[in-house]
Ligand binder design. Sequence first.
Ligand SMILES: *Cc1c(COP(=O)(O)O)cnc(C)c1O
Length: 417
Amino acid sequence: MSPADERPGDGGSGDAVVVPGEDGTGRVGGAGGFETRAIHAGQPPDPATGAVIPPISISTTFVQAAPGRPGRYEYARSANPTREALETCLAALEEGREAFAFSSGMAAEDALARALLRPGDRVLLGRDAYGGTLRLFSRVLAEAGITWSSVPLTDPAALAEHWPEDTRLVWVETPSNPRLEIVDVAAVAEVAHRRGAQVVVDNTFATPYLQQPLRLGADAVVHSATKYLGGHSDVVAGAVVTDDPGLGERLRFLQNATGAVPGPFDVYLLLRGIKTLAVRMERHCANAAAVADLLAGHPAVARVVHPGRPDHPGHAVAARQMRGFGGMVAAVLAGGEDAAVDLVARTRLFTLAESLGGVESLIEHPARMTHSGAADTDLAVDPGLVRLSVGLETLDDLLDDLRRALDGIGDGTSAVS
Ligand SMILES: *Cc1c(COP(=O)(O)O)cnc(C)c1O
């Protein structure tokens, strides 16, 4: 077979070849299995040069045939070919109609909230939420007249019973950050839709490889692409994916009108990272399960929180709506806050840092770090809790690092106290 025969998109070499975007379903890049879409959707070989990797398009402006007669592209905030490749790929991975890339996860959340909410509307958050999401609703959007409350989304029956009448939107994180709570997306969507509200799922922790919220009934998916999608802790970006054409139109307008778009180099890093998303997630899941087992067997640990464990209250729902249980693990230390702070200072391979989802393992103390802003709210985090983003290092090295750090807790040799 000549290299030309292998080209996705030329359609001439038999049924092994996938043609991104031309599967007849109306979904962009919807053809092929997940890994195939991750590698090819939106990224056919460059028609000008045959380059297998789409070029990074850096031009901010594009020639017009006559005044007011632009070609396909006009100005790079409005549309950029590299960004479009990413958006096509993300839509294909979430099995949505359209995706919109943003310069950060928070920019994506802000645009999505503006697209869905008006003054006087209420949004429901879970009992556990990313600190930045809580800050966006409580300190930014509250000033625009949008109210929020935190309710146990893990209990859809209670949600139906205690439904505030002004609710327009339910904002779901599953698994949630940092307590890894699991929300039954289909059940919550049914409750919300019956009452005329919409449902957003922050799919940052699961990624579309493990969970596809649009297929479970969500109206939109939001991502911090900074985490697993990028996967290498070297790019800040966000995205929204939806099936709803009206919402898509509002997002396209807001993306251009407010302008928080990612640059082409960042977009390239995301496209590159996403190609290995499936294999990375498989190993993140396997390593995290082994780390959870180690933690569960250690006397310094009071409780392990991981949706893959049968004692996790959301285990059955996670097993139903996810392909795997993810790479995040949390643990409550028997010695409380002092032990937690001691542990995160003792690990070596598990680097003490915020963020998650990269190839390297990280550990953090949410109550003092990512979630310090939630201290006096319903969403305050147990100060004895540590959160681990289990990376792709050699598993035995990860387990040795944790075992040694756990064994040393409280012996007075830690670097901080
Ligand atoms: C990091 C994160 C965000 C915010 O994304 P940024 O890219 O940091 O702006 C939103 N939701 C979750 C679950 C996150 O982990």
